[in-house]
Design a protein around this ligand. Structure first.
Ligand SMILES: Nc1ncnc2c1ncn2[C@@H]1O[C@H](COP(=O)(O)OP(=O)(O)O)[C@@H](O)[C@H]1O
Ligand SMILES: [Mg+2]
Length: 324
């Protein structure tokens, strides 16, 4: 394997992050001795460039709709290219928070209490009755989400009844069906997972922010968020969270690499809030930090993601955990 095409950019709201991911990945691959072509699927003629380059592997460095939701994966598979990360089914499932929470909940994973609402239901019931149902079923505080967005786009946190209508309208400006779920007060952690059929959870990573919300700004502005590895939780709770992440990864059918985000309540009850099939891969992103904690450099992480795309499994040596 010599030639790797890195797909980066794209046209989703997360394209700027994808450019950073793709650039960092491309540099690491070049340092590892590969011949790399950086290809942006938002540019005309990208498919011809891909064909001409004739890569041994395609590294999908795209985030958000169009890049992380199975569409590009389906295109690549139809054309006979091998690619990194999850396939069509897991990508599509994880990208839609409503479907993902249903599947994870059905499989016995702890997810925040939730309900869904579509436009037709809202017009049938009217705002007043809808709001009453939501407050009865979920209660305050709650989170309203547009299910297929990323980077906290289309999400509102509702602490007062009078903010509920605006939050519903905001999420409906993105999609036809929205997710309402219980707001979990507590610690935000993320667990990175590597592997195919035998997924290995990396150490827990606690996210702290200066604003209290891990949104687009606090994620990407230096100094506005911090990563603490392992999370400041008792060892048995961290072990439990890592096991939940591996299970969520397996249940959704994820491959190669991914990240499972959770909120941990003050009583140490964890809740899975979402799974990401193409997490950010800049040098300062979450998954590279977690990998470093088990002695895997950024270059090695990129190398392993490529090797897993060709069917290798991640060695057990990385299952060192963070219990000690
Ligand atoms: N149920 C919840 N309780 C508390 N905070 C939440 C909840 N859901 C989301 N959040 C907060 O909002 C952020 C973004 O939500 P998330 O579901 O991860 O969507 P995104 O795809 O935008 O990352 C999370 O990182 C977390 O800080
Ligand atoms: Mg998230």
């Amino acid at each position: 394997m010599k030639k790797i095409a890195v797909l980066l950019g794209g046209s989703s709201p997360e394209k700027d992050i994808s450019l950073k991911t793709g650039t960092a990945v491309s540099q690491a691959l070049e340092e590892n001795g590969y011949v790399v072509a950086r290809i942006n699927p938002a540019e005309p003629g990208w498919d011809k460039r891909l064909e001409t380059f004739c890569p041994d592997l395609v590294f999908v460095g795209l985030h958000g709709p169009g890049g992380e939701d199975g569409t590009i994966q389906g295109y690549l598979q139809t054309k006979g290219y091998r690619h990194t990360g999850s396939g069509v089914q897991a990508s599509a499932l994880a990208m839609n928070k409503i479907l993902a929470q249903r599947v994870l909940g059905q499989a016995g994973l702890p997810v925040p209490r939730f309900m869904t609402l579509d436009r037709e239901e809202l017009s049938r019931w009217g705002y007043e009755q809808t709001e009453e149902t939501i407050l009865n079923e979920i209660g305050l505080p709650l989170v309203v989400k547009a299910p297929s967005q990323g980077s906290t786009i289309g999400i509102s946190f509702v602490h007062n009844k009078q903010d509920l209508r605006g939050a519903i309208d905001h999420s409906f400006s993105f999609e036809e069906e929205i997710l309402l779920e219980r707001f979990i007060e507590g610690m935000e952690i993320t667990v990175s997972v590597l592997g195919n059929r035998r997924p290995v959870a990396l150490p827990t990573l606690e996210i702290t922010t200066t604003t209290g919300v891990y949104d687009y700004e606090s994620k990407y502005t230096p100094g506005m968020s911090d990563h603490i590895i392992p999370a400041r939780l008792p060892a048995d709770v961290r072990r439990h969270c890592r096991a939940l992440a591996e299970k969520a990864y397996r249940v959704l059918g994820m491959r190669g690499f991914g990240r499972v985000d959770m909120m941990v309540g003050p009583d140490h009850t964890p809740y899975v809030i979402e799974a990401n099939t193409i997490p950010g891969m800049t040098e300062t992103s979450l998954i590279p930090d977690a990998a470093r904690a088990v002695g895997m450099s950024f270059g090695e992480l990129v190398e392993w993601i490529c090797r897993m795309a060709l069917g290798e499994e991640i060695p057990e040596q990385f299952r060192t955990g963070d219990e000690d």
